[in-house]
Design a protein around this ligand. Structure first.
Ligand SMILES: *Cc1c(COP(=O)(O)O)cnc(C)c1O
Length: 370
């Protein structure tokens, strides 16, 4: 039996991609905001229904840059969640800011808004919440808190491409949202990312930041870096965007199959669909409660691996326990995140995962029960 990987990148047909990049052999214009870059940017503005989209070579640099563009005070405190990918926390730290870790809620694993206010000090300058697994944070409450205390809100929306809440795109919340178009995400440009926002004054700043601070042929306004999306990445995005609806529909069918097989089993906890949210089915997290299920998450992970099935301990370890922080943060301050991170697995999920494979995966999982 062949192995099942945890994910498999979405790709357009080979001919379709070749057609899309043909013009590059005529123009010899490979990067620096070429025609493909302009086209993808315009298409994403429409698709995401947001005034501004600035494209990046990856999501992480997009997040680093948008945090820098907010002009937050050095050493300022940023409230965020440790139940995320390294990128979120690293973007804060690499900007000379201090992450302050807030716990997550048990329902959808996004930041627990009831615990944010008690973490606010006179140094707090921003909140960086994460729409984990494509679950939408409590944006209304985050908005209220941010207004009350004068804080900036930058969403890590890496998982939430194409997700809407009450019909509004996740690209429209807070001061800005970052999307990742990494190969493993629902929508990919091989590597890539974007910052989305409505404030006109941010456009120039972000465009300069990703291109060495160069404003014009003879003007360099400030010390920027290089984080431009190239034409081959943009062409991949143009192709993948054409097939996105179909991709999401296929993911939906897979998730429904998983749910039918796994729900109602003692000790298996699945995320419930959020009201008013149109999701993108980015991930399928399962929490194993060992006392009820009869096997630990690690036992299930190992059993799947023995059967040639890749699952992912996503997110484990929590970012506030990373070695690089040398014990600077107290993990007991985020007990729910700690509990979930020790028990969660994301199961294989990609558009062309067959329903026979879903059955094979579920059989292995259910056979772990003692
Ligand atoms: C993928 C991801 C990122 C970083 O995106 P890259 O495009 O890989 O740089 C940031 N945050 C989260 C939650 C992610 O999953």
């Amino acid at each position: 039996m062949s192995n099942i990987l945890v994910t498999r990148s979405s790709m357009p047909g080979y001919e379709e991609y070749c057609e899309e990049i043909k013009g590059l052999w005529e123009s010899h214009w490979l990067t620096n905001m070429g025609v493909k870059h302009k086209q993808l940017q315009a298409e994403l503005q429409t698709f995401l229904d947001v005034p501004h989209v600035v494209l990046y070579t990856n999501g992480h640099l997009a997040l680093e840059n948008v945090l820098a563009a907010m002009n937050l005070p050095k050493g300022g405190e940023v409230i965020t969640s440790p139940f995320t990918f390294a990128s979120t926390t690293h973007a804060i730290v690499r900007n000379g800011l201090q992450p302050v870790f807030c716990d997550i809620n048990k329902q959808d694993y996004t930041i627990d808004v009831s615990k944010i206010e008690s973490l606010i000090t006179d140094k707090t300058c921003a909140i960086v919440p994460v729409h984990v697994y494509g679950n939408v944070c409590n944006i209304e409450e985050i908005d209220r808190i941010a207004k009350k205390y004068g804080l900036r809100v930058i969403y890590d929306a890496a998982h939430a491409f194409g997700v809407t809440y009450k019909g509004v795109s996740t690209a429209c919340f807070g001061d800005a949202s970052m999307f990742s178009f990494h190969a493993t995400k629902v929508f990919n440009t091989i590597e890539g990312g974007a910052v989305c926002f409505s404030d006109d004054s941010l456009v120039q700043t972000l465009n300069d930041m990703k291109n060495f601070g160069i404003r014009g042929p003879e003007t360099v306004e400030f010390v920027g870096g290089n984080a431009k999306m190239n034409e081959f990445q943009a062409a991949m995005g143009i192709c993948n965007l054409r097939h996105l609806d179909e991709e999401i529909a296929k993911r939906k069918a897979i998730v429904e199959h998983y749910r039918a097989r796994l729900s109602g089993n003692e000790g298996i906890i699945l995320c419930q669909a959020q009201p008013d949210v149109k999701t993108n089915y980015a991930y399928f997290p399962v929490v194993f409660e060992p006392s009820l299920f009869g096997a630990t998450r690690n036992e299930v992970f190992d059993r799947l691996a023995e059967n040639g099935i890749g699952a992912r301990k996503y997110f484990y370890p929590l970012t506030n326990t990373f070695d690089c922080f040398h014990g600077a943060y107290d993990v007991n301050q985020t007990p729910v995140a700690l509990h979930i991170s020790k028990r969660v697995l994301t199961l294989p999920l990609y558009a062309d995962l067959s329903s026979a494979d879903v059955d094979r995966i579920c059989d292995v999982i259910l056979n772990c029960r003692k």
